[in-house]
Structure formats: C-alpha cells, structure tokens
Design a binder for this molecule. Structure first.
Ligand code: GTP
Length: 334
C-alpha cells in the first residue's frame, strides 16, 4: 500500500527552529520526526511513501539519499507553489500515479495508531474516506466531528468556536482514501482538505471515523513538540523510549540535567542546569546557565537564564541575559 505524507508546510508555530530545518526533519528523541512516522506506516503495511514537499525540500532528499527509509521506499513530489493540504495530496498522488486505496498522514503527528487497523476499518465500512479520530479535552483548536450510526461522520467543523464543538472527537491527521477522493479536489489549486474536501464527503455520506485511544500528539506547537520529546524519556511512553543524552553530546559532570533531552553534538558546560527542556543538535549552553521548559538549537551564554523560550540555530542569548517566554532570533509577526 502507498501513502502520501504531507511535509511541505512552513512550520510557522515552531519558528525560529524551522528557519533552517523543516518541521518534520526536527528530532523527536534523537531521530527525525519523519523517520518515526515512516517507520510506523511501514509497520502498518505501507511499502511506499510519497513525500508531498514544498517549503525546503532539500533536507528530506539529503537525509534519505537512496530513496529509502528503513524498509519503505520514498519518492518525492515537490510543489511549484504551496497548494495547502488538499491541493498537496492531489498533486503528490498525481505525480506518483496513485490509483488504488491509499493512506495520507500529516508529517507532524506522533501516534501509536496501528495503520493496518485503520485500513481494515475503512474496508469493513466500504468507505470512500476514513479518518483516525482521537478524543481530547479541548477540541476547539482542531477539526471536530460528529459521529452517527456505524461510525459515519455526520458533521466536520474545522476549529469550531469553544463551546460549539459537536463532540470531543478530533481529526488526528491520518486518513485512508479511495482514489475517487482525488476527483473531488481540483488540480493545481490551493485547497484545504479539512475545510473543503471533508465537508463535501460528509454531504455525500461517505466519510467515516475510526476512534482509538492510542498515544497521539500534534507536534506542531512548541509546548507539544517539547512534550513529544520528553514523553520518550523512561516512564513516558509504553512502546517507545529514548536515551536522555545523545552519545555524541558533551555534558560536563558538574551540570544538572532533569527531565530533558540533550541532542547530538550539544554541549553543556559546568554548573549549567537543564530542566524540562530539549537541546537540539548543535546547541551550546554555557557554564552556570539555566534552561527551563525551553527548546534550544543555538547558544546560551554563561550565567544566562532561558525560561519557556525557543532559541534558533543562529540564536545567541548573551552571557548573563534573561529570556522569558521569548524567541531568539525574534520571530516577526506573520
Ligand atoms: P504551521 O505553519 O505552524 O501551522 O505548520 P504547518 O505549515 O506544518 O501547517 P499544519 O500543521 O497546519 O499542516 C499540517 C501538515 O500539512 C503538516 O505536515 C504540513 O507540513 C503539511 N502542509 C501544510 N500546508 C502544506 C502545503 O501547502 N503543501 C504541502 N506539501 N504540505 C503542507
């Protein structure tokens, strides 16, 4: 079975981390997010993934030069201009010549979903499209569904106003489509699968849901990207975990690391304190500096204090400076 994986977005919410590296190439527990996703699709029976690329396609091609990720074959479809989620699926499926049932996944979703079970549920219902659904406490930031008899979706509302959600079941970003879904998406146009195509499928009565209680996280938000990493420390996830400190990192014996991940080639100097944070590959934290609840790719100077913040690859927090709930470099309002 083939899958289209959407990885062409700008990743604006994770700026400045995504200034140099596209979101799905950022590490989760020392491995690129996309590698974890493709491996999981492979375990669920996917043999070939078409990466729907747009923003910064090169890092993906460089990371997988042989066109393979583990046992899964990779091909690339690069959009000439951003086509949004629906337009990107149509473009990638056309490029790859997809003409049978296929899987679609957002490139920033971390989950233990068994994709084989999603496909089996789709076939049982004889659906045109089946969405993986997850129950959450506050669904208003997501696409929310109402489920009718036999798991048929009777309403799909993208980001409803708080208090107006039809249920607490949200679109979890993994789908199974019949190729006929592609006929509902115009060629080479910006189309949102969530705002345009799903409502059309609801109207036609052929959109179904498959709700599970699997681990699930949308790693596109800074707090959730950090959580997706820290959940892999011992005790967080049932099926998966990672070492806190990469073997290639240099951490002084007089540094304190609490509930944090220290990435490849990161350096932590004597007396530094890293708490509830992720140091990404190449980060440098000076002596006696404190980093708390933050994501750091760049340099934190001696004695500096960084709290609830993001420091990009070319970001520098000066010696002794304090950064609270900020970004370095600053991210212009979009
Ligand atoms: P934000 O800018 O922070 O919202 O992140 P994003 O650009 O990744 O957007 P969002 O998380 O809403 O997108 C969901 C998935 O679709 C992600 O995996 C994106 O990479 C992908 N995506 C969004 N827009 C496009 C597009 O125009 N083309 C392609 N190929 N993928 C897209």
């Amino acid at each position: 079975m083939r899958a289209v994986v959407l990885v062409g977005g700008f990743g604006t919410r994770l700026r400045p981390l995504t200034n140099q590296i596209p979101k799905p190439m950022l590490p989760i527990g020392h491995r690129p997010m996309i590698e974890r996703l493709v491996n999981r699709l492979g375990r669920g029976g996917v043999t070939e993934v078409v990466l729907a690329l747009g923003f910064k396609p090169e890092p993906f091609m460089e990371a997988f030069p042989g066109g393979r990720c583990g046992d899964v074959k990779l091909t690339y479809a690069v959009e000439p201009a951003p086509l949004d989620t629906g337009g990107a699926i149509k473009f990638a499926a056309n490029e790859a010549g997809i003409d049978s049932t296929f899987v679609v996944a957002n490139g920033d979703v971390l989950t233990d979903l068994d994709v084989g079970e999603l496909v089996a549920a789709h076939r049982r219902r004889e659906a045109e499209a089946t969405l993986h659904l997850i129950g959450v406490e506050d669904p208003s930031a997501f696409g929310v569904v109402a489920l009718g008899d036999s798991d048929r979706i009777t309403d799909f509302v993208e980001k409803p106003a708080p208090g107006t959600e039809p249920s607490n079941l949200i679109n979890a970003g993994t789908y199974v489509f019949e190729p006929s879904v592609l006929d509902r998406i115009p060629d080479n146009e910006r189309v949102s699968i969530e705002r345009s195509t799903f409502p059309l499928l609801v109207e036609a009565g052929c959109l179904y849901g498959h709700a599970t209680q699997d681990y699930w996280i949308d790693a596109g938000r800074p707090d959730l990207y950090r959580a997706a990493n820290l959940d892999l420390l011992v005790g967080g996830r049932v099926n998966d975990h990672c070492e806190a400190v990469s073997r290639t990192a240099t951490v002084d014996a007089a540094a304190i690391i609490l509930n944090s991940i220290i990435g490849d080639h990161a350096v932590v100097a004597p007396g530094a304190r890293i708490v509830d944070s992720v140091l990404l590959p190449g980060a440098h934290v000076g002596s006696a500096a404190t980093v708390e609840a933050s994501l750091v790719m760049g340099r934190v100077g001696e004695g500096a204090r960084v709290d609830a913040s993001m420091v990009g690859a070319d970001g520098v927090v000066a010696d002794g400076a304090v950064l609270t709930a900020g970004t370095v470099p600053e991210v212009p309002a979009s």
